[in-house]
Ligand binder design. Sequence first.
Ligand SMILES: *Cc1c(COP(=O)(O)O)cnc(C)c1O
Length: 351
Amino acid sequence: MHAVAFISQSALNHNLSLVKALAPKAKIVSIVKANAYGHQLDLIAPLIEGADMLGVSGLAEAAQLRKQTNAPILLLSGVYTDEELSCAIKLNCHIVIHSPSQIELINNTKQASNIWLKLDTGMHRLGLSKQEYQKCLPMFSTNPLVNIACVMSHFACADEPNHPTNKAQLDTFNALTDNSLARSMANSAAILSNTKATFEFVRPGIMLYGVSPFSPANTTPKLSPVMQLTAPILSVKTIPFGASVGYGGSWVADKKTTIAIIAIGYADGYPYHAKSGTPVLIGNTLCPLLGQVSMDFICVDVSHINPKIGSQATLWGTEKLAVETVAKYSDTIPWTLLSGVSSRVEFVQAI
Ligand SMILES: *Cc1c(COP(=O)(O)O)cnc(C)c1O
């Protein structure tokens, strides 16, 4: 009687084929950082086998992923010491270079490396300035040990397709680069909304997991949710008018109410900030969450259905209940919900 997340292999295949249809000429870097956005690296074979490259954040993730594939791995955070650099090369990583200290590290090493130069085109997070880029480019181009595999940048506002920053960033990127080097700019939102940003490599993340980066999601072509998060009903009871439910008694019954206690809580990754009214799917019925989310449990109103103890509730990941909806009720984004599903949840491969 515990929470289970089903990871759909056919949904992974479907979402990957949608990326291919939207960017038919580009190579695909499946972004699988944070344990494949919480979906577990060992359960996402279609993304690993179907991609040209795989993107992770740090070396620990790269080392774990390397046990599963020989494909090149893109190390998005780059390396900071000679040891990390050797380790990255040994793991056959393509190393993102985003700061001047990394430029020196690469240029001084005696080992051959594949690098991706990351430009800051306006997000002002990681990335080289125009000056830093123009200074290192001739240096790397004449260093026989360094292969510049790609020049990349990242959008700050791609999930708002009409945001002026998108065009400004793309213009900056185009002004600084040309087709003599492979280029990469597009995350999921840009793949879905900006055909001019696909270039030679695309870097889809959230869409591979069947989730729209847009809000509202209705502009998105049909993605299939990959993770269905479920938990069993542990108890059903009827409470009278005026009775409160859960910690703090924040929800008070305005009539006689039948409630179900479900075996999932914030320690499993269900959002603590989910408001009363957040839908939970039981059978075919959306039932509203009542009161505070506990560490191990939530309570929902099941007055209109008569569920049995042991029957399964779905917290997100079906046609009727998208993770995007739960994110909205919790004042967060789907990325945090998916990557926050904890190791207490059992993960099961599904068709
Ligand atoms: C995480 C990440 C992506 C994927 O972003 P989504 O919005 O999930 O598609 C792409 N590029 C970089 C550099 C990233 O860090």
